[in-house]
Design a protein around this ligand. Structure first.
Ligand SMILES: *[C@@H]1O[C@H](CO)[C@@H](O)[C@H](O)[C@H]1NC(C)=O
Ligand SMILES: *[C@@H]1O[C@H](CO)[C@@H](O)[C@H](O)[C@H]1NC(C)=O
Ligand SMILES: *[C@@H]1O[C@H](CO)[C@@H](O)[C@H](O)[C@H]1NC(C)=O
Ligand SMILES: *[C@@H]1O[C@H](CO)[C@@H](O)[C@H](O)[C@H]1NC(C)=O
Length: 435
């Protein structure tokens, strides 16, 4: 039985005592930085600012909130910073039609979480299934499950991150299960961390829920409603994954949207500052500060360890909420990929990806000396072009069965299975074979 996972997909918690502020702060984050979103080249998202209610619970406009944004993020020029590669850049390319479609379906894969099982949940269109990622300068072979399992005999993989990592792992499981069914050998109480074993290949696949990668105290219930601010400790990693580090031959790490949440920042048990904490008289340190520190701590750990391992840093995943955010009626109704020039990355995603690129570049060249094979799984840009790949309202089972106008919360962040996220695994396979 697959357990329902509640709302841990929400990237931002509703902080009960002041969730209007959270809404406001997110709007400011999107608005204040988003002059680009109003440019003629971007589409759709400018309405975020118009439709987000800046009203408190009494309905009065929040005129008293100071205008200056507490967020200290600069908007970097991403395009200048793409690492130069001698080999073909498999992350530069296009989505091209793929008439033969996905290699698994809702009928042939039995490990999908219901929230991502768009087919079974009644998503009416299927065009989004018939595209594949095609690098500009080379061929990207489709994932070869038999070859992958053969290569991974007696090996172990760990995916460390948030629910997007779980989404990614389920795609991999669905692909591999066309060759052999995985046996689930572990799950935690909330079904957020899991481990599977492929008996004929002695291949072990783990997903470890660690959205911040570092030590954190999260006070959120199953519906994503928090009773207190998250506490992040920038001097300690999350033992959930470091305790298992020695057992992994490959690790896929990722961070991202959870760093946008309200949090108090600690170092050596001393409060250093915070993110979105009005009335607390603490220094706003910013998302980029936190994410950078966390990645530095991770890389410091792996570079110091004597364990030889391959590590893929998977870059931030863009969401595609339009006409609102997840909390204000945002939807994602598109049924075909964007073409070049039709979409620009949101500033929050630029900030996150920029931190990833910068921190990765600092350590990538050190890796080989230390026996660490460090690679960037740079899925951000290619994912940006797939607004059609999200469950939207079909995170629920037949959401409009009883009322075709039912108000349903949309998921425009995670990916349908099968769906565009399967291409992430084609890229992983390529990096394993040719990396
Ligand atoms: C799979 O999806 C199709 C619609 O795309 C549906 O008719 C079928 O019942 C689903 N199968 C399962 C096992 O949910
Ligand atoms: C299975 O793989 C693990 C490493 O992941 C290894 O320690 C163990 O000895 C292997 N078991 C067999 C039966 O080969
Ligand atoms: C925390 O402790 C470490 C090790 O003792 C030290 O290097 C670091 O500077 C301390 N950080 C702060 C902010 O005091
Ligand atoms: C805020 O903190 C600073 C330095 O920690 C202190 O000097 C100031 O009095 C505090 N203000 C309030 C209103 O508590």
């Amino acid at each position: 039985m697959v357990k329902e996972i509640g709302f841990d997909w929400n990237p931002w918690s509703l902080h009960k005592p002041n969730h209007v502020f959270v809404k406001f702060a997110i709007s400011i984050l999107l608005m204040g930085l988003a002059y680009r979103l109003f440019s003629p080249h971007s589409i759709g998202f400018s309405s975020v600012a118009e439709t987000t209610p800046f009203v408190d619970k009494t309905g009065a406009p929040e005129a008293s909130i100071p205008v200056e944004s507490p967020v200290s993020v600069k908007v970097p020029e991403i395009e200048d910073q793409i690492p130069q590669k001698e080999k073909c850049d498999i992350f530069a390319g296009d989505w091209v039609p793929h008439p033969s479609g996905p290699i698994y379906t809702n009928e042939s894969c039995h490990v999908m979480e219901p929230h991502q099982n768009c087919m079974s949940n009644g998503r009416p269109d299927s065009g989004y299934l018939y595209w594949r990622w095609n690098p500009r300068d080379c061929e990207l072979p489709p994932f070869n499950a038999e070859r992958f399992l053969e290569l991974m005999r007696h090996k172990s993989w760990g995916f460390i991150g948030d629910s997007i990592s779980r989404n990614h792992v389920q795609s991999l499981l669905c692909i591999l299960s066309q060759v052999e069914q995985a046996v689930e050998v572990y799950h935690d109480e909330e079904y957020r961390s899991k481990r599977w074993h492929f008996p004929s290949y002695n291949f072990t696949l783990s997903v470890i829920w660690s959205p911040f990668l570092i030590k954190s105290a999260i006070f959120e219930d199953i519906n994503g409603v928090s009773s207190s601010e998250t506490q992040l400790h920038f001097d300690k990693l999350d033992k959930k994954w470091t305790d298992q580090y020695q057992s992994f031959d490959y690790m896929v790490i990722s961070g991202g949207k959870w760093f946008l949440k309200t949090a108090i920042y600690y170092e050596n048990n001393t409060i250093m500052g915070c993110h979105y904490c009005p009335g607390k008289n603490l220094t706003e340190l910013g998302v980029d500060y936190a994410y950078r520190k966390a990645l530095q701590l991770v890389f410091n750990f792996v570079m110091k360890s004597s364990h030889k391992i391959s590590i893929f840093l998977r870059t931030a995943t863009p969401d595609h909420f339009e006409n609102g955010e997840w909390f204000s009626g945002g939807t994602c109704k598109r049924t075909v990929p964007f073409k070049k020039g039709e979409i620009e990355m949101k500033d929050v995603d630029k900030v996150l990806r920029n931190v990833e690129l910068e921190e990765f570049e600092k350590v990538a060249s050190m890796g080989s000396e230390k026996g660490v094979n460090l690679k960037l799984l740079d899925t951000t840009r290619l994912s940006l072009f797939r607004p059609d790949g999200h469950p939207g309202p079909y995170r629920q089972f037949h959401p409009f069965a009883e009322d075709e106008n039912a108000k349903v919360q949309n998921d425009c962040l995670h990916w349908c299975l099968p769906g565009p996220i399967d291409s992430w695994n084609d890229l992983v396979m390529e990096m394993v074979v040719n990396g």
